[in-house]
Design a protein around this ligand. Structure first.
Ligand SMILES: O=C(O)CCC(=O)C(=O)O
Length: 295
């Protein structure tokens, strides 16, 4: 059976980006180290044990899902800041676009943001999930620019029989008329600690678990910064947790503006409000001179 391309944490970012743009998917071996993997199990294992099965066939009647992961484990920065994941997501999505503002031709480069976080446990007996594209959430048309880079981190070994994610390489190049078939999909077999990256336009889905052991994973996404986040991170991550994160993570969680200006607070950088909770924009009635009207 064909295999997805594997790379290691030493593989240069240029190569990871080239594989992702061509194939749509790549497996990074040893995506996290043993200590982070153990930490994720310690923190998320008890939630998965108590987790309820999903209510829809699409999400899986024998599949447990636990979200709001920044609230449930302190190991999310190690996952999101993995250099090849963050680096490839930025390189693939932060591409300049130009526009005319009057007679001026200006270029703007968007940024990216964290979209969703979820641990997924596929229990024995769960059937295959329908193959789908994650960027359908934003009703994206294909082929077109990539607006999502997704990670599936294997918390337990992924094998074809236990429900390894099924991926159709190259399917991000397809148009919207071609339907995916299971016969075209390859299981992302990988050891625990490895991570599958794929682009939002790639058809994929959870595999069937025909073994007697669960298949456990963690999946997260980066989206283009001017889209609505799939999981509402402003509600999912408590403010104290946000305040304890490095600035880059805070901005990636959405406390930032996507150029030219989506996401402002009082027409300012919203990150200012995290640094200075008393931040107030200057108002006319605070003793400022009223500005003369333009034009
Ligand atoms: O669990 C998996 O392998 C894939 C899950 C997935 O693609 C989804 O739930 O949208």
């Amino acid at each position: 059976m064909a295999e997805l391309i594997h790379v290691t944490p030493d593989t240069p970012l240029d190569d990871v980006v080239e594989i992702l743009e061509r194939e749509g998917a790549v497996i990074i071996e040893n995506f996290v180290d043993a200590a982070v993997l153990k930490g994720l199990w310690d923190d998320l294992g008890p939630y998965l044990d108590r987790g309820r099965y999903s209510e829809t066939g699409y999400d899986g009647h024998l599949t447990r899902r636990v979200s709001s992961l920044f609230r449930r484990t302190a190991h999310m920065p190690a996952v999101f800041m993995q250099p090849q994941y963050l680096g490839a997501s930025r390189r693939i999505m932060e591409k300049p676009v130009h526009m005319w503002v009057g007679q001026a031709r200006i270029e703007m480069t968007p940024n990216i943001q964290i979209s969703a976080t979820q641990a997924i446990q596929i229990d024995p007996g769960q059937g295959k999930q329908p193959l789908h594209r994650d960027d359908s959430l934003h009703l994206r048309r294909h082929p077109g620019p990539t607006t999502r880079v997704q990670l599936m981190l294997a918390m337990s070994e992924f094998t074809a029989p236990n429900g390894a994610t099924l991926v159709i390489p190259g399917s991000h190049h397809w148009d919207d008329e071609r339907a995916p078939r299971y016969a075209e999909a390859i299981p992302a077999a990988m050891p625990a600690g490895s991570g599958l990256l794929w682009l939002g336009g790639v058809y994929h889905g959870g595999g069937a678990n025909t073994t007697d052991q669960p298949r456990t994973s963690l999946t997260v996404s980066y989206d283009l910064g001017n889209l609505r986040q799939e999981e509402n991170q402003y509600l999912a991550v408590p403010r104290e947790t946000v305040l304890g994160l490095p600035e880059e993570m805070q901005r990636l969680l959405g406390y930032d503006r996507c150029p030219p200006g989506v996401g402002w607070y009082e027409m300012q950088d919203p990150h200012r409000l995290l640094v200075d909770p008393d931040f107030e924009p200057a108002l006319f009635d605070q003793g400022q001179e009223k500005q003369p009207a333009l034009g």
